[in-house]
Write a protein that binds this ligand. Structure first.
Ligand code: MD3
Ligand code: FE
Length: 203
């Protein structure tokens, strides 16, 4: 069931499927304290993906730039704590992909509705690029766009389904990536939405 996409990138197909209902219940709990919101890009555009965070640091974007912040700017309070179920899943997935001792401090939760996309970008707001990123896909399927170290590198399309976990590290850590506009659909656990959890060591 494990698929190597390339150096440093591995899909653990269905790895989170059995605990998906619990993960989604925890996302709902987080969102009661820190609601999903569409953030502004530094250029002043509104992102189509709705986001929230849990953990001791959360990823935020506004007209001042991108950063990790211990506080939710909407409430002025710390982000909800990282549930033990989340931290444990991220550590088990990283370990299976060859990264031992992964202790994430940040979980960005992205919510996509049909038509929503994430344009090609790199994740470079973290301190230590030797730490991997673990991502968990829930609900509606998506086509993940996977490029290379340069923005102009050829882009591969990788279908991601409910319960799939992907671990990105080492030479894959700084590749350009994105999500193709979500196709219309309905999922029994998430409705008309895809949820993606990304676990990172931010600070
Ligand atoms: C490859 N999220 O939040 S997860 C993001 O499905 C983000 O919501 C997408 O890109 C999503 O920044 C993709 C897979 C992923 C996450 C981070 C990566 C792939 C990555 C970092 C480096 C390389
Ligand atoms: Fe990303």
């Amino acid at each position: 069931r494990d698929r190597v996409l390339g150096p440093g990138a591995m899909v653990l197909a269905g790895f989170a499927r059995a605990i998906a209902p619990d993960l989604i219940a925890m996302v709902d709990m987080v969102a009661r304290t820190a609601p999903f919101r569409r953030m502004s890009t530094p250029s002043g555009r509104t992102m189509s993906v709705a986001m929230t965070n849990c953990g001791t640091a959360g990823w935020v974007s506004d007209t001042k730039g991108y950063r990790y912040d211990p506080m939710d700017p909407l409430s002025g309070h710390p982000w909800p704590a990282l549930p033990a179920l989340f931290a444990d899943l991220a550590a088990r997935a990283a370990s299976r992909a060859g990264f031992s001792e992964f202790h994430p401090d940040a979980c960005l939760i992205n919510r996509y509705e049909p038509g929503t996309r994430l344009t090609l970008h790199q994740d470079r707001d973290e301190h230590d690029f030797s730490q991997p990123i673990v991502s968990v896909s829930l609900g509606l399927p998506a086509i993940f766009l996977w490029g290379g170290p340069a923005r102009s590198d050829r882009v591969r399309r990788v279908p991601l389904e409910h319960g799939d976990v992907v671990v990105w590290g080492g030479p894959a850590r700084l590749v350009h990536h994105g999500i193709h506009p979500l196709t219309e659909g309905m999922h029994p656990l998430t409705g008309r939405a895809r949820l993606n959890l990304t676990f990172r060591r931010a600070m």
